[in-house]
Ligand binder design. Structure first.
Ligand SMILES: O=P(O)(O)OC[C@H]1O[C@H](OP(=O)(O)OP(=O)(O)O)[C@H](O)[C@@H]1O
Ligand code: HPA
Ligand SMILES: [Mg+2]
Length: 180
């Protein structure tokens, strides 16, 4: 059972739902009257994206990018690989990148620079979790959910070696799982 590998539940279902409602209300107010495109960063953002978009009350368009830098490791490789690009032409539209976690900041730093060439009217970030202690690149985050400690995080879409994404809460992973 995957729950046996959980060290500690850090953020429960109710807290996650309440945060999505709060962020959804802010985004709905701030982006009213604009062409908003939510860009989910696969795969980690899928659960957050799904819950967040249901709390947004203005029209939104969805697109996804897939990037990977962690693979089956607990440390970033430092090389951000784009596996899937945007499908949509975002010129003149307001991009809101939906991300699950910022750790070193390398993924979002690379993505924001990469997306600049698409001539969107704005590029902002909503990120559920922030592991501030490990930051290597400063990232301007417009909407932030929770701070998390410097532990390996799993659940609510977030994986270790592709597992644990289906846990309904945010948790830390037992060290023995990735050090053995
Ligand atoms: O701030 P950073 O140190 O760059 O780390 C954050 C990124 O790492 C994870 O993605 P991962 O590469 O594991 O891909 P995944 O979303 O498919 O799991 C996570 O979903 C973020 O996109
Ligand atoms: O703590 C984490 N867990 C899973 N994926 C991650 N990518 C960056 N940090 C993490
Ligand atoms: Mg991952």
């Amino acid at each position: 059972m995957i729950v046996n590998d959980v060290k500690e539940i850090l953020i429960g279902k109710e807290e996650l739902n309440a945060k999505c409602r709060e962020l959804g209300a802010m985004i709905s107010k701030d982006y009213a009257g604009r062409d908003l495109v939510l860009v989910g960063i696969l795969k980690g953002s899928v659960v957050f994206m799904t819950d967040l978009m249901k709390e947004i009350t203005i029209p939104v368009m969805l697109d996804f990018m897939a990037v990977s830098s962690y693979g089956a490791d607990t440390k970033s490789s430092g090389v951000v690989k784009i596996i899937k690009d945007l499908d949509m032409d975002v010129e003149g539209k307001s991009i809101l990148i939906v991300e699950d976690i910022i750790d070193t900041g390398l993924t979002l730093g690379y993505l924001v620079e990469y997306l600049r060439a698409r001539k969107a009217s704005s590029i902002e970030i909503v990120c559920l979790l922030d592991k501030k202690e490990r930051r290597k690149v400063e990232i301007p985050v417009k909407y932030r959910g929770f701070d998390v400690p410097d532990e390996f995080i799993i659940g609510y879409g977030i994986d270790y070696a592709e597992r644990y994404r289906n846990l309904p809460y945010v948790a830390s992973l037992k060290e023995e799982v990735y050090t053995k």
